[in-house]
Design a protein around this ligand. Structure first.
Ligand code: FO1
Length: 314
């Protein structure tokens, strides 16, 4: 069997970017298309902020603050301090260089361009060779219903540090959202589709909720490989474990496997969870046991190489 050449990845932000960086350095990046969650998008100070699009773009451009996982490296925050002096909210840390991205994107949208076109303009300017597609050009904000009421996802995560108890998650307007141009085609034409290790509820969940995308994955299920974002009951990144438990899902590899089984052929779990392999196989998926914790570039590339191999998972 020929190794897969054309890869389409579904991605959130920080967790996904680790694997994406591994893929980017291991394959021809022009054969990589990334479909990114935009449920995290928020308007602040009149600017359209698209955190996951920017995290993926900055990571692949090599300009990310890798300690934080978002924003530019060596960033300064002079503008945010001035905004605060005018009485504006400063809980969301928008750096000076980062603000240029948001101003550019907002200006393009005001000129009648789409979010896809803005994302393309930003990634080309930063020298990223892979295609980066928003899941939709239509706004689909993720709202967390919590014990403190309805919160925008960024208010829940950043302002309230994921402390409120989650009672439900809504993607507002998703019923009438359309997949962005190229999204359904990228799934259909890929040799392999990789679901990155992102939060299944608030990173991959919004992408799946856009009408047509989940169905397209189901139609191409044999090509779908999903990397489990939970290892030994803990999230690789962010509050997924806590959110899963609060919404009645098991924060385990099996818990994620149950969510992904309808549209995934191969599920990748860390050796720490290998005891769960047979229960996952019973969900009618192949299981690959392979290290998924990616702290170093070598670990990112190792998982990427495995996912790009025609013989994986044997
Ligand atoms: N995450 C934080 O925890 N605190 C912040 O102040 C913050 C600012 C920020 C600015 C731009 C950007 O693109 C991302 C930013 N993030 C921040 C990350 C972001 O909130 C989340 O990590 C993603 O939305 C989840 O993938």
């Amino acid at each position: 069997m020929k190794p897969p050449r054309k890869i389409t990845a579904l991605a959130g932000g920080v967790g996904a970017s680790k694997l994406l960086l591994g893929l980017y350095g291991t394959m021809d990046p022009r054969d990589l298309t990334i479909i990114v969650n935009t449920g995290d998008d928020i308007i602040l100070h009149g600017l359209k902020i698209s955190p996951d699009l920017d995290i993926v773009t900055y990571t692949l451009a090599g300009v990310i603050d890798s300690a934080k996982g978002w924003g530019f490296r060596d960033e300064t925050f002079h503008a945010l301090k001035r905004l605060a002096a005018y009485g504006r909210a400063n809980w969301f840390n928008l750096g000076d260089r980062d603000l240029a991205t948001h101003i550019h994107r907002t200006a393009l949208l005001a000129e009648g361009k789409t979010l896809s076109q803005a994302a393309d303009s930003i990634r080309i300017a930063l020298g990223v060779k892979s295609r980066i597609l928003p899941m939709s050009d239509d706004p689909v904000p993720t709202i967390i219903d919590s014990n403190e009421g309805a919160l925008h996802f960024q208010e829940y995560l950043v302002k309230r540090r994921a402390e409120p108890v989650v009672r439900g998650i809504r993607f507002v307007g998703v019923e009438s959202a359309r997949p962005a141009p190229g999204v359904l085609e990228a799934i259909a034409s890929a040799d392999r589709i990789i679901i990155c290790p992102s939060n299944p509820l608030i990173s991959i969940g919004p992408i799946l909720a856009v009408p047509g995308i989940r169905e397209q994955l189901q139609a191409h299920k044999q090509k779908v490989f999903a990397v489990c974002p939970i290892v030994a009951g803990k999230s690789l990144k962010g509050p997924s474990d806590k959110m899963l438990a609060q919404l009645g899902h098991a924060p385990t590899a099996i818990g994620i496997a149950k969510l992904y089984a309808p549209f995934t052929a191969t599920f990748i779990i860390d050796p720490a969870d290998k005891a769960q392999a047979s229960a996952i196989t019973a969900l009618d998926m192949k299981v690959a046991v392979f290290p998924t914790v990616m702290k170093t570039l070598a670990q990112k590339r190792k998982l990427a190489r495995a996912l790009l191999s025609s013989s994986f998972p044997v």
